[in-house]
Ligand binder design. Sequence first.
Ligand SMILES: *Cc1c(COP(=O)(O)O)cnc(C)c1O
Length: 417
Amino acid sequence: MPELTREDLATWDANDPLAAFRDKFCRGGDHLIYLDGNSLGRPPAATRDLVDDVITGQWAGGLTRSYTGWIGLGRRIGDMLGTRLLGAADGEVVLSDSTSVNLYKLASAALLTARDRHFIVYDPADFPTNRYVAQGLAAAYGLGIREVPALPGADFCSRLGAVLGPDAGLVMLSLVDFRSGEMLPMERVNALAAQAGARIVWDLSHAAGVVPVDLGTSGAELAVGCTYKYLNGGPGAPGFLYVRRDLQAVLRQPIWGWLGQRDQFQLGAAYQPAAGIDRFQVGAPPILSMAAVEPGVALCAEAGIEAIRAKSVRLCEVLIGLADRWLAPHGLCVASPRAAAGRGGHVALRGPRTWQLCQALVSAGVICDFRTPDWLRLAPTPLDTRFVDVWDALERLRAILERGEYVRLPATLTRVT
Ligand SMILES: *Cc1c(COP(=O)(O)O)cnc(C)c1O
């Protein structure tokens, strides 16, 4: 096959069925190439107008009267997210709190139903919150931790199988790894956990809005995730949680707040959890941030998650092909799985001095990020990235490597990378 050219990619952009979505996002007045939407998605243009309406119309105009609409907002957006993007049914997903807090709520609820079990299982490479929440729960409940072992050459399921036994009560995993981009086979992992009698909580933060997730048919029980990454909800936007319908009556979350109470405005003396997914809510939702989640979810739903995934796979394949061609000779290598089925929406590169390369690339107008110790992450988000953007970004990276001046940039990490 002849090597791709920039002209080929411009043709792909011209024929891209998702091309029109690019103009539905606000941009600063610059020409930045943004490959960091897996950390913070761009703002949808509709969000600006919506937040203005929430402030001037609903808050200033409606005052407390607006609570009638606000009280159901987390459920309404949760239903759209769940049914359109996550393969859930109505009433199984709600927006609430942060991902970290939701993880704690669901993991704790699951552990309360596994009193005869003695271990929590997690992957030591998982996102810090996930490991810390597990460690905190283990300390509070007097449980042990078992880490999924790193057995070179073994696939994830056999590594997980090695630590799942009759003693494991809870497994906590991310569907897409925040550093490597590896995507786990959800259905097989669910079956393994079920076989061992362990509950499982999935973190979908790096999956929601970029890969199709099939909570309903994959045997998933519990899940949480972010709305500010591929869902473009805005910095610090509330997280979401999923509890399979039949478990909702069985599980009790540990934070007994007024919003999770049945008939809140009866102001009852004792806590009685609401029926259904509502019992997993806690207190007054942050309406400004929560309302801002809807436009991004609506854009993904409108584009269709299958079309988003199809473009994401092509963008990542172009990126990988160019990295092999231009960057690998300089020692900067693709560290994400090469088979699309085992990869989420971003590609990680590893090599020497990647932190300095990251700084040089940002100075060259390509926003990406670095995760210690040596991961450079590039996420070509399908709704706002063109194929030529991937070409241009990698061409700038190649030029930086060739000039070699980046080695003089500071090697010490800044507070935020
Ligand atoms: C981004 C991310 C989070 C973030 O949690 P917050 O509580 O929103 O800070 C959690 N887990 C994973 C896997 C993530 O990628």
